[in-house]
Ligand binder design. Structure first.
Ligand code: 0X9
Ligand code: ZN
Length: 330
């Protein structure tokens, strides 16, 4: 099974990552199925990473907009924002990753009232780097721009910019294409589980693998990954107040709605999800004319069980989505 990277729905393309030993085999299979394809060596592109840092030392929004930050830098940036906007921003520790990094939530507009919450998390897949920056940019923009004051009077946001810090660091320093967590198993040559297959809803059923070496290994049991346990616990503590859930991924330029554990199966209020999904898409279109497609994740992408969006929906969070961000950087 090749490793799915993302898609371009406008050009009807799906992009996969394959290792060079399987090139010939894949070519034969594609030809046998009449599938047109292009192949290229992505190594040069993958390793062209900007690591430049602002001269003054502090991490600013300029860094967030121009380069990818280390996990430590991401946390420095959040601390800086929390210090600059102490009335609006509170940092909350949700738990620790397998390797002991803290999973931090940014609570925006938490005034102790019972306003509805919109929960946004990012980076459960380590290699989807853009999602971390989008989450950090979103935190900064919402608190620094006066235009969002009204919004914060009526909703509270909880943003978790890095839900997989171990995987992210590993992707930055060892293997750019790393997707999973970094949990280790005894007597196995492969570690890590796909945290977006590890949530406790139809766990292990479709679009997953039970072998530890797979990129979509669903873990040894639901919530086997400490990151997933921390996130599910935190969401459950306030789930009656959470009305919206968004998981940021890349790439595909798509807004995906449940259910995603199987195909042709939808929640009873699916029309409401489609309606709000389309409203999000047109709000996005109004900014840069970027065209997001609103599709069911099982039908439009592929069935994959144990993902966070399905689980959030199963807990009664009405508007639950996965956003596959745009691959285009201009
Ligand atoms: O496969 C995934 O986890 C997501 N795509 S990605 O390319 N970022 O890996 C899509 C998840 C969609 N949601 C469900 N299938 N429930
Ligand atoms: Zn993803």
């Amino acid at each position: 099974m090749p490793d799915f990277l993302g898609e371009n729905w406008k050009q009807k393309q799906a992009h996969y990552f394959i290792d060079k030993d399987s090139v010939d085999k894949v070519k034969i299979n594609l030809a046998a199925n009449n599938i047109t394809y292009q192949m290229r060596d992505v190594n040069p592109q993958i390793f062209k990473v900007r690591r430049r840092r602002d001269l003054n030392g502090a991490i600013t929004i300029n860094d967030v907009n121009n380069r990818y930050l280390s996990y430590d830098e991401q946390m420095q940036f959040l601390n800086f924002v929390a210090q600059k906007y102490p009335d609006d921003v509170k940092l909350q520790k949700l738990g620790n990753s397998y390797e002991g990094r803290s999973i931090t939530a940014v609570r925006i507009g938490d005034d102790g009232s019972s306003k509805p919450i919109v929960w946004i998390d990012a980076g459960v897949h380590a290699r989807e780097w853009i999602s971390y920056n989008v989450a950090l940019y979103l935190v900064y923009t919402i608190v620094s721009q006066p235009a969002y004051r009204d919004l914060l009077n009526s909703v509270q946001l909880v943003v978790v910019p890095n839900t997989n810090p171990d995987g992210y660091e590993y992707s930055r320093t060892n293997d750019r294409m790393w997707r999973k967590t970094r949990s280790r198993f005894t007597n196995s040559r492969c570690g890590g589980a796909d945290a977006n297959r590890n949530y406790p809803f139809y766990w292990g059923t479709q679009g997953v693998s039970h072998s530890q070496c797979s990129e979509i290994f669903c873990g040894s049991r639901p919530q086997s990954e400490p990151e997933v346990l921390a996130l599910t616990n935190a969401i459950q503590r306030e789930e009656t107040r959470i009305k919206g859930y968004i998981a940021l991924h890349s790439y595909g330029q798509e807004i995906l709605y449940p259910w995603g554990h199987t195909q042709r199966t939808y929640p009873s209020d699916v029309q409401d999800l489609i309606q709000v999904g389309k409203a999000m898409a047109s709000a996005i279109r109004a900014v840069n004319n970027t065209d997001y497609n609103v599709v069911n994740s099982g039908d439009g992408l592929y069935p994959a069980a144990g993902a966070s969006d399905d689980w959030a929906k199963s807990r009664g969070i009405k508007y639950s989505y996965t956003i596959e961000l745009s691959p285009i950087d201009d």
